[in-house]
Design a protein around this ligand. Structure first.
Ligand SMILES: [Zn+2]
Length: 346
């Protein structure tokens, strides 16, 4: 407690930094004990920016540190390659890519192996090694890839293939209620928006099936936030990262995998913490480490700051827990998205 108080005092006495965010005075200086990464399948940023259409939980989760101009993988705008990036901190292509291009349920025996023939680790390798309990809630069968590749004998996380968003949140909250460990990290995949997009199109007309699906997801995320509100001490130690695997609408209104265009590759990326430590545009908070790409999706370039991509989620989640990046990862590994105080600064 003393170190925490001194750190808070240090923040209070420090002069305002020019051009950079000033951490909230009094915020806990040490990492969070609980992190939830929410992956909303097929969520377009602009669905959350419509006049007269409110999504209370999504608005709250996007109400602190957010960008509506994050990016998918630069080459792939389909689910499994992107969520593999979210969980590994790698892009798909390149010698350091995770190399998973398939978007169907993998054949039995297929595992996540990189271009070098070695198994590709994910965030749960780091969290489990640190004694942080893991959870992966999947809304599609294809996520079995992660259970199969990383989780022999459920050694690193609890894997649940839920039926729908309501079932997924029910299982997640039951897992939280079971208090599996003092520190936890969870990934929750919610499939409704993608299913509606394929069935009826990524239609942003009020009342469309797609926006109804966003509302369905929102109502379930409201239950997650309500649970945290009922546990305020826990909430203060919790961070939630929200992102998507892709948008949708090109080349036909009910597709997203072909045609590398903005409706498919522009996605939201938000960080919400129980102590509201970071507030403001995420590109401003990231400073020189990231660059808003406008409407483009720049090619990976070792020299230029990259845009914020969904694959930031793995290493951001670990940083929020005070843990090191995923071994071999490239997104947010060397240039963190945000400076999260580490245990050494306590
Ligand atoms: Zn899809």
């Amino acid at each position: 407690m003393r170190a925490r108080a001194l750190f808070a005092l240090g923040l209070a006495l420090a002069p305002p930094q020019s051009g950079g965010p000033v951490p909230t005075v009094g915020a806990p200086p040490d990492p969070y004990d609980h992190v939830l990464v929410v992956g909303v399948d097929g969520l377009r940023s602009d669905a959350l920016l419509l006049d007269g259409v409110d999504f209370p939980a999504l608005d709250r989760l996007c109400g602190q540190a957010v960008t509506w101009n994050a990016r998918t993988d630069p080459d792939w705008t389909v689910t499994l390659p992107n969520f593999t990036g979210v969980l590994t901190g790698r892009l798909v292509e390149g010698p350091k890519g995770h190399g998973w291009r398939e978007n169907r349920t993998p054949h039995p025996g297929r595992r996540l192996v990189g271009p070098d023939g070695e198994p590709v680790p994910g965030l749960f390798h780091v969290s489990a090694a640190a004694g942080v309990a893991g959870y992966l809630g999947a809304g599609k069968d294809k996520f079995v890839l992660f259970d199969r590749s990383w989780n022999d004998d459920a050694e690193r996380f609890t894997y649940v293939r839920h039926r729908d968003a309501a079932d997924g949140v029910r299982h997640l909250l039951a897992w939280w209620d079971s208090d599996p460990a003092p520190r936890t990290v969870a990934f929750l995949h919610l499939a409704e928006c993608d299913a509606a997009g394929h069935a009826e199109g990524w239609d942003l007309t009020p009342g469309s099936a797609y926006l109804e699906a966003v509302a369905t997801v929102d109502a379930q995320l409201e239950r997650v936030l309500a649970w945290l509100d009922e546990h305020p001490e826990r909430r203060a130690r919790t961070a939630v990262v929200l992102t998507a695997d892709h948008g949708g609408g090109v080349p036909l209104e009910n597709h997203h995998g072909l045609g590398h265009l903005w409706t498919n590759y522009v996605i939201p990326f938000a960080l919400w913490t129980g102590d509201a430590r970071w507030t403001g545009p995420l590109y401003d908070l990231a400073g020189d480490a990231r660059r808003d790409p406008g409407l483009w999706d720049p090619r990976p370039d070792a020299e230029a700051p990259p845009p914020i991509r969904n694959a930031e989620a793995a290493n951001l989640a670990l940083a929020l827990l005070g843990l090191p990046p995923v071994p071999g990862s490239t997104v947010g590994a060397h240039r963190p998205l945000l400076a999260v105080p580490t245990a050494a600064t306590r």
